[in-house]
Design a protein around this ligand. Structure first.
Ligand code: FAD
Length: 832
């Protein structure tokens, strides 16, 4: 059999190589109009950016290898110009010699790829405006940059190629602007998931013009820059323009010989890639495929499907059958892209597509760490899963720094094999601390989705918040004060989750409660607690973090994302510290807060800075994505100055100079203006673990805000301050009895509700540990370091027979007068 193949890259080269492996006797000829076959399209932007340094690395297989190893006749610079179906022959133009000839076939495979979409605007053909499709385009762009040394570039289109080109031109030293007609880049992601990508782009100093197109190009004189005129009336000057506005299937040959077309002018094929002529097959970007979940015809111009399809056609041509013919042309659209340090990946359908199809769906958001947070440099990722009421998975998207594509690949595999969200819970995935967590993010997607489906938790979403606020809904913020101080939903009632049990009576039973926390976990815990106590509760999926991101990006209202936006280039770039630099001779104290989740990094920052002197400089590293923003709010309130924020591979480094609002200065300020008192006093009456944790979280939060805090421990609260070891002191019989019956030290404290003979406190401690929330012991330590006054009530000690030697270090004995004197100058006094 004689098989001719048109196009020698992804689909064509795969067909040829596989066919030879399956059949030694067939005659195989590849026709390729460019000078190269089997080149790495996907690597072209990275050659232009300088990451791939050698041009020949882009050529995966040379024609000689095809000839010698596979006995395949490769004809480069040979354009197939027509197909004569009746006589089963093609006409070929030898582009080197400009001669044409015919070649007959038994079977013909078309893999001509796609063509760059034209803008069809004036000036599109000016010198300096390029498309990037093949190796020859790459060489042309490279030569132009070397020759003309352009300073500014405009990239038209924010798809994969546009975003990759923007990054690579920036790496090449150019100042870059992206112009994208849609309200966002990377249309495979939903608008709330792409927010991090927009930030990564603008953080690099790249101009991002969204919701605006190119009206025309012009140039004043021969050597002057190109004016890129936008549809909103603005113009951007650039010396080079890359047009990456998408691709259209190249069906010119097929169309001219009367083959039936598919959607979007693609070459029409059946489930096994046969065109309307049984002797002609087509694969790759030129054909349409069947989307896995929707079963609709779509165009998916990606390398994976093209290679796979070439292989499948070769299998059929060699007389073999496919294992599952009906699914051969099914594509789910798994894709990944690098955006500087960030990775964005997706598989399946996104929310926009589901809405358009009118499909009913549910969704869940999680923000897991890339690996165990106690192992260094864990970074967070944002994940979203869309699923049906029957548990069927429609799509998964993720953005982050590490391990993003691994999780999306696992989800893609599960989806391909027909798994449901319930199956994701049971996937047994590799785990060791440097790589993952015992509950992998993919398992977590399964858990959260299954919780929703089983009705364990009712959720609401960020885009519903505005309407709920308008309708006067009751919001319950379960975060700590240090978090709520940095922003919260208007009108929400704040009760940290650790205090919720004690405050349950304050909550309304006659209306729904909309609970939220930072990312959804504490909200979930609160939802479970409240729903089991008879409340109608909804938890905010994605938490305040997602809501706030969407609010800032203008995505919470109904017409969100429709407007033209020029996203400002960030002040902070990933590679430089901002201008108010420190003296190079100055010592900088390093504070490692990586792996801690909110409010851990802020607490650690406050602890370190409070221990320093005015003018000291600290560099805090954190992997909590919110830290870069939170720290500005915190510093503003506490009189410290943020000198700069840098970000690399998800690790945020913040330089802060200690300001004048330290304790001593506060004293002076207070003396000068006695009405400016913000001291806090807390009476700790309870010896319950959860209440003790809540008191110390509040106390530490207030201390972190620069407030003077006094905690007065009385009656059962004294047990919080007891040393864990037995201390030998003289006691009366009654005192000894009391001593034996009361918990000795923090580790022995039970929780106020659902203690279950100590199981409750073990469970709470374990959850806190996993979430990197400081334990009670750490919180007490922090309080001592922050100079929080710990007063033990002398009278209660006498009553309960507790001696000073039995108390931990740093505790002062005091009477009620000392406490009252402190309370008089405080603006908040809590009784816990
Ligand atoms: P192509 O690989 O484009 O090959 C078609 C070949 O046919 C061309 O070389 C063309 O010269 C030749 N040809 C056309 N007509 C004729 C004719 N009449 N006679 C002779 N020869 C002809 N996909 C991913 O999955 N991941 C990525 O990261 C990624 N990055 C990309 C980056 C860039 C810059 C580009 C351009 C594409 C990228 N893609 C990526 C897409 C991927 O390269 C394509 O989906 C894939 O190459 C399609 O394979 P194909 O065989 O259909 O077409």
């Amino acid at each position: 059999m004689k098989v001719l193949i048109v196009g020698g890259v992804a689909g064509g080269a795969s067909t040829a190589a596989r066919l030879r492996r399956m059949s030694e006797k067939d005659e195989i000829i590849i026709f390729e109009k460019s000078g190269f076959i089997s080149y790495a399209n996907c690597g072209l932007p990275y050659y232009l950016g300088g990451t791939i340094t050698k041009r020949d690395k882009l050529v995966v297989t040379k024609p000689e290898l095809f000839r010698d190893r596979f006995n395949i006749d490769v004809r480069v610079r040979s354009e197939v110009i027509s197909i004569d179906r009746e006589n089963k022959r093609i006409q070929v133009k030898n582009l080197q010699e400009q001669a044409t000839y015919y070649e007959s076939y038994d079977k013909l495979v078309l893999s001509p790829g796609a063509m760059p979409r034209k803008l069809n605007v004036e000036g599109e053909d000016l010198e300096g405006i390029f498309n990037l499709r093949n190796l020859e385009d790459t060489i042309e762009i490279d030569d132009y940059i070397v020759d003309k040394d352009p300073a500014r570039a405009v990239v038209v289109g924010g798809g994969f190629i546009g975003v990759e080109m923007a990054e690579n031109l920036k790496d090449r030293g150019l100042q870059v602007s992206i112009v994208e007609f849609a309200p966002q880049v990377l249309s495979f992601l939903d608008s709330e998931i792409v927010i991090d990508v927009h930030k990564a782009i603008t953080d690099e100093g790249i101009g991002l013009n969204l919701g605006v197109g190119v009206a025309s190009f012009s140039r004043q004189a021969d050597f002057s820059p190109i004016d890129v005129h936008l549809t909103d009336g603005r113009s951007i000057e650039a010396e080079i323009v890359i047009v990456a506005a998408g691709v259209v299937p190249d069906n010119r040959l097929a169309d001219a010989c009367g083959l039936e077309s598919g959607i979007g002018n693609s070459i029409g094929v059946d489930d096994v890639f046969t065109t309307s002529d049984p002797n002609i097959f087509a694969v790759g970007d030129a054909i349409s495929v069947k989307q896995m979940q929707s079963e609709t015809e779509v165009l998916v111009p990606l390398a994976g499907p093209a290679n796979r399809q070439g292989r499948q056609v070769a299998t059929l041509l060699s007389g073999n059958t496919l294992i599952n013919e009906s699914s051969a042309r099914i594509v789910q659209g798994s894709s990944v892209v690098k955006v500087f340090d960030l990775t964005a990946a997706s598989t399946g359908l996104n929310e926009r597509q589901l809405k358009k199809m009118g499909t009913k769906y549910l969704k869940t958001y999680i923000f897991p760490a890339s690996h165990a947070t106690y192992y260094p440099n864990a970074t967070n990722m944002t994940m979203k899963m869309l699923f049906g009421e029957d548990g069927r998975i429609f799509g998964v998207q993720a953005v982050g720094y590490d391990g993003v594509e691994k999780r999306v690949d696992v989800a893609a595999t599960a989806m391909r094999l027909g798994a449901t969200v319930y199956d994701l819970q049971n996937l047994e995935l590799c785990y060791a601390p440097p790589y993952s967590s015992a509950k992998d993010p993919v398992n977590m997607l399964g858990f959260t989705a299954a919780n929703i489906l089983k009705g364990d938790v009712k959720v609401f979403y960020p885009e519903e918040v505005d309407a709920l606020i308008e309708n006067g809904a009751y919001f319950l913020d379960t975060r700590t004060t240090i978090e709520t101080d940095l922003g919260m939903i208007d009108g929400a009632t704040c009760i940290p989750v650790d205090e919720l049990r004690g405050a349950i009576d304050r909550l309304p039973k006659d209306r729904p409660i909309y609970v939220y926390c930072q990312v959804g976990l504490r909200g979930y815990i609160a939802s479970r607690m409240l729903s089991q106590n008879g409340f109608d509760v909804y938890n905010l999926s994605g938490g305040y973090r997602l809501y706030n991101n969407m609010l800032t990006a203008g995505l919470t209202s109904m017409n969100s994302g429709e407007t033209i936006r020029e996203l400002p280039i960030s002040n902070t770039t990933s590679s430089e510290v901002q201008s108010e630099a420190t003296d190079s001779a100055e010592t900088v104290t390093q504070v490692d807060a990586t792996g801690l989740s909110c409010p851990g990094p802020i607490m650690k920052t406050a602890g370190a800075i409070n221990a320093g002197s005015v003018g000291d400089v600290f560099e805090i590293s954190s992997t909590d994505p919110a830290f870069g923003t939170d720290v500005y709010a915190w510093a503003g309130r506490t009189g410290n100055t943020v000198l700069g924020v840098t970000k690399e591979k998800g690790i945020i480094c913040v330089k802060i100079k200690k300001g004048t609002h330290d304790a001593a200065e506060n004293e002076t300020l207070k003396a000068a203006n006695p009405t400016e008192d913000h001291d806090k006093t807390i009476v700790v009456f309870s010896g319950d673990l959860d209440k003790a944790i809540a008191s110390f979280i509040i106390a530490n939060g207030a201390a972190a805000m620069g407030r003077k805090v006094t905690m007065f421990f009385t009656f059962w609260g004294l047990n919080v301050l007891r040393r864990p070891e037995k201390v030998s002191v003289a006691k009366s019989f009654i005192e000894k009895m009391f001593g034996r019956m009361m918990p000795r030290g923090t580790k022995k404290l039970g929780i106020s509700k659902m203690n279950m003979a100590g199981m409750g406190s073990i469970m709470i401690r374990s959850v806190m540990k996993k979430k990197n929330i400081q334990s009670l012991e750490q919180l007490i330590d922090m309080a001592r370091q922050s100079n929080i006054r710990l007063l033990a009530c002398q009278m209660s000690m006498d009553v309960m027979g507790i001696k000073q030697e039995e108390l931990i270090d740093g505790v002062e004995l005091a009477g009620v007068a000392t406490y009252l004197a402190e309370a008089e100058t405080s603006d908040t006094n809590l009784f816990i």
